[in-house]
Design a protein around this ligand. Structure first.
Ligand SMILES: [Zn+2]
Length: 478
């Protein structure tokens, strides 16, 4: 069957664990690494009668910083609300969240696809809330671990301004980069520190009104996000082609079957009966507090990529690769500064160094040589003291042993002779040895230049700098 193509409209809700030492309303540890179940619990996060929550100031600071990094307006008088529902992983019987006055609203971030201009995606809001515990199901019943119950979360809701699976992935990746860069969250998906809910609907073209949206809950990897959205686009397309209507519903992603599965339809949608949290006073965020957090913002990933492209003249893809990994970007800047040659530094770091690291399954902190040594090697190449090929071999040895580049080059005889007098002596030798070719050259067969260069290179046992040899030969033969 030929399927018509529809334009998807996607909105993402991202839950990210705020990087505090303790939970949002009590002093239990906020730990993402698995420990013995139910170790980090207390009467507050277990919702015992009479307990009183106490707001974690650090969580507010880090959420404020995330809002500022996302270009949001901070709500000066924010508050918390109870979101009521019953579930075994929610000991209080309600979640403390923010309903009508989220801490941040009206932000944006920029995404980039290779070869196209950056695109702005609007962000509706960012609010704080506490996490629930974790249920595990076994043959003999279900177990619940409350270590995560009460952990601080930021929920970040995008505008429905994402129109492809690739853009959805880029948005999620950019959010992870930003939250990490500002220190608000480690956003480590493998440790459950970041997860996604996605809204998706289809429409006939980009001017048509929005279609009926379906929500896919609890996607916990970039792969799952991509696969679930692609599956849902396909499923909804097929339904629309058959003239059927899309049911507004919540669906879950089943990794095993690679399908989304209906969980509940709108008719039985939960009514959370939000009301202001009586145990927490409204929260004022002063301008002083906002300024203090703004002053802690580092250069953001988007700005860094732009700087690499405009100031360092790096290719967009290379800039993206560097900025994706903060330690790699830092390392690159050190090499660029020491060599004064950002383009060469970027090439060495993103292709040659990354290849060695990935082969050896090592990380930057495992390097056995200081950054100065790589800078020295790059400088030797740009000064034509060694060929690129020899430099790459030198680097492999340097990488494996931590030996100094100059020592390796001397030992291997990699130094190119660029010294005029030494090269001129070799050139004279060659020209004397091939009088016939010299006459042919003089007669107009200039292609013989390559032959002479080759002869000189041979006599130098590969140590001559071919560029220099060519130049000197041209002068000599003219
Ligand atoms: Zn607690």
């Amino acid at each position: 069957m030929f399927l018509m193509s529809y334009v998807p409209v996607i909105g993402l809700e991202i839950h990210a664990r705020i990087k505090t030492r303790t939970k949002l309303f009590c002093r239990c540890a906020n730990e993402a690494v698995p420990v013995e179940a139910n170790r980090h619990v207390c009467p507050i996060c277990m919702g015992f009668p009479g307990m009183l929550p106490l707001l974690n100031e650090e969580a507010v600071r880090l959420a404020t910083r995330a809002c500022l990094a996302l270009g949001m307006t901070i709500c000066p008088e924010t508050k918390f609300d109870r979101k009521n529902y019953f579930y075994p992983d929610l000991p209080m019987g309600y979640q403390i969240s923010q309903f009508d006055k989220p801490i941040g609203a009206d932000g944006h971030l920029f995404i980039e696809q290779a070869g196209s201009a950056p695109r702005r995606i609007g962000i509706e809001r960012l609010h704080m809330e506490n996490d629930a515990g974790k249920l595990s199901h076994f043959d003999d019943g279900s177990h619940v671990d409350y270590n995560r119950a009460g952990a601080p979360l930021m929920e970040i809701v995008s505008m429905p301004e994402i129109f492809s699976v690739d853009d959805a992935k880029s948005y999620a990746e950019e959010m992870q980069l930003i939250l990490r860069a500002v220190g608000s969250s480690d956003a480590d998906m493998e440790k459950g520190m970041m997860r996604f809910d996605a809204n998706i609907s289809l429409r006939a073209d980009s001017n048509a009104p929005f279609g009926t949206k379906v929500e896919i809950k609890n996607l916990n990897s970039f792969k799952a996000l991509e696969k679930a959205l692609a599956y849902e686009i396909d499923r909804q397309t097929r339904l629309l082609e058959k003239g059927e209507t899309i049911v507004q519903e919540t669906r879950g992603w089943d990794e095993g079957s690679g399908k989304t599965i209906s969980q509940r339809s709108k008719e039985i949608a939960a009514d959370y009966r939000y009301f202001p949290e009586p145990d927490l006073p409204p929260l004022s965020i002063t301008q002083e507090h906002i300024d203090a957090e703004r002053s802690k913002l580092p250069e953001l990933p988007f700005a860094k990529r732009e700087r690499y492209k405009t100031i360092f003249k790096l290719d967009g893809e290379v800039a993206r690769l560097l900025v994706q990994q903060e330690d790699l970007a830092q390392y690159f800047e050190q090499v660029a500064e020491r060599t004064g040659n950002p383009k060469a530094a970027a090439t060495w770091v993103t292709s040659i160094l990354l290849a060695e690291l990935s082969n050896a399954k090592e990380r930057l902190e495992d390097l056995r040589f200081p950054v100065e040594d790589l800078a020295r090697l790059i400088t030797l190449v740009s000064e034509d003291a060694v060929s690129l090929l020899s430099a790459k071999e030198t680097f492999s040895i340097m990488y494996a042993t931590g030996q100094k580049p100059d020592a390796i080059i001397a030992e291997k005889g990699f130094l190119q002779v660029s010294d005029d007098s030494a090269l001129l002596a070799l050139i004279d030798e060659v020209l004397a040895a091939f009088p016939l070719q010299r006459a042919e050259y003089a007669g107009g067969k200039t292609a013989l230049l390559g032959f002479f260069v080759g002869q000189v290179m041979q006599r130098s046992k590969g140590s001559a700098n071919p560029k220099k040899v060519g130049q000197l030969l041209l002068e000599k033969l003219s």
